[in-house]
Design a protein around this ligand. Sequence first.
Ligand SMILES: Nc1ncnc2c1ncn2[C@@H]1O[C@H](COP(=O)(O)OP(=O)(O)OP(=O)(O)O)[C@@H](O)[C@H]1O
Ligand SMILES: [Mg+2]
Length: 229
Amino acid sequence: MSAIHLDAVSVRLGDTDILHGVDLDLDARTVAVVGENGSGKSTFARLLGALTPASSGTVRVLGLDPVRQAAELRRRVAVVFSNPDAQIVLPTVAEDVAFSLRAEKPSRAEAAERVAHALERFGLTALAQHPSHDLSGGQKQLLALCGAFIREPELVIADEPTAYLDARNARRVADHLFAEEHGHRLVLVTHDLALAERCDTAVLFAGGRVAGVGSPAEIVAEYEASLRW
Ligand SMILES: Nc1ncnc2c1ncn2[C@@H]1O[C@H](COP(=O)(O)OP(=O)(O)OP(=O)(O)O)[C@@H](O)[C@H]1O
Ligand SMILES: [Mg+2]
């Protein structure tokens, strides 16, 4: 089965249909999700991350049903958002990263080793004992990624992860998201069309529906054409 499979999926919140009749079958390693404000991208990301349930239809993420198998899905999937403040939980950088391992219950020694390694990977070693809330926005987003990746997720869902970052930090964050050596898959919601073009495939949302699926160059061109009126 493909990594992401949706069959006639709708999401209704209150009396509004946010997503309607979404059929998708995606198996590319990296998938860009583009579309105008309010087109349903974040709702789609939340649906894949088991944060919002489908109102009807079938959803499978890594072969799992996000409602019936939510716990397993959350173990294997990490979700990253744009607002790094909302993603920080504990007072210091090292504690915050270690908190991401809580479900795995590693020994103290194993946790310390994994945290040290993850901090190193994200360039945060020197900040290990720093108050997490005093970091810059870019450092906070690297901390959020560090907490996501320390769990070695099979799929990372990132909803506008570079929205508040300067060019250097956006590049750093993107390079971690696209890094191939850990074998994770990526679903990347973004308004940065150059970033979308780094993905293997792209999905265009419009008005809560899928308006196109294809190569990122094709989909970005289609999206840009739809904006020209
Ligand atoms: N909890 C909710 N209750 C009612 N409507 C909602 C809720 N969440 C989102 N919506 C509506 O659903 C639509 C899609 O929202 P969504 O956040 O998925 O869009 P988006 O494509 O991520 O937009 P943006 O690019 O601005 O982040 C919007 O019209 C939004 O107002
Ligand atoms: Mg959004």
